[in-house]
Design a protein around this ligand. Structure first.
Ligand SMILES: [Zn+2]
Length: 68
C-alpha cells in the first residue's frame, strides 16, 4: 500500500489523530482526538509561526504534513 503524504493549511479540518510535521521548521506535533473534538482545525505553528500572516508562510499555504 502506497503511503500518501497529505498536506494541510491552518484553516482546514484535522482529519485524524496522529503526528503532523511543520513543513517549514520540521516541528512534529502529536494531535490527540480530544484536541480535534475541541478545536477541529489546524493551527499556526507554535515555533516558526507558519500559517499566520507573518513570516514565513501565508495563511493560504499548506503548513502541516500528516505523518501517521
Ligand atoms: Zn514550524
Amino acid at each position: 500500500m502506497t503511503k500518501v503524504w497529505t498536506l494541510f493549511k491552518v484553516t482546514e479540518k484535522i482529519p485524524a489523530a496522529g503526528k503532523y510535521k511543520c513543513l517549514i521548521c520540521w516541528l512534529v506535533v502529536e494531535i490527540e482526538q480530544h484536541f480535534i473534538d475541541r478545536w477541529t482545525t489546524f493551527f499556526v505553528c507554535p515555533i516558526c509561526k507558519s500559517g499566520s500572516e507573518e513570516w514565513p508562510v501565508w495563511p493560504e499555504k499548506e503548513v502541516w504534513q500528516y505523518m501517521g
